[in-house]
Design a binder for this molecule. Sequence first.
Ligand code: ZN
Length: 257
Amino acid sequence: MESQKSIHHMQLHPGPFEKMKSGLKKSELRLNDEKRQQVKIGDYIEFTSRSDSSQKILTAVNYLKMYPTFHELFLGVQADYPTWEEEDFIKSMYEYYSLEEEATYGALEIGVELVTSNPSTICPECGSPSADNLTCWDMLGIICSWEWSDSELQKEHFLTVASYNLQHPAQFEEKALSQLRTALAEYLDHGVSPSELRRRASTAFEGSRKVLKKETDRITHLTQWPMTISAVYAEGNARGAAERVRDWGKSIRENGM
Ligand SMILES: [Zn+2]
């Protein structure tokens, strides 16, 4: 099981925002308050420009360093920002934070790496880029429609839907997901047929088939996968889709799901 990654939201002034968007700014320096203490390595931070809230970038956190004071923070990051003067830096921090806050929380350097400069175009759950403005769900519908004229693809229907669901797990109960992971492994490793898998699943659930989570209990986490549905959709190219579905399923299996 992939570890759960959260998306945090922060704002940036236009200058630093543009620098981060172009990849020149690789860290964000903040008070290490309760909000920042939630940030873990591997999480994502979506930065919004303070001057235009429609401007967003998505970054991944690659390291975290804590410092007792803004002075120590400055010394720690000096090499990355050679043009900065300590006095100006400290002054800018006190525009946001008080001495009391500095003493209480200390400072945090958050190392970030740009994931995309246009996060509205990626799926918040599987990270797939949207092709032709289609969501993952739209692409699934189109791929399934190809099954009508592609018997090889039709045979992989189980794999198509299982792969989609495993990469979009927020709506499902954990028990249903673990069942599905087992079924995918059985199918890929031992060639167990979908009808046999269905039979086993209904026995395991003993009638109480609670598959979907309540809408209010669903939490979306972004996970990065080596292959997502957009690669199967392949810009609407139906040819060879069965082969791509098998690669997709295998890549999910190999990634430990
Ligand atoms: Zn998706």
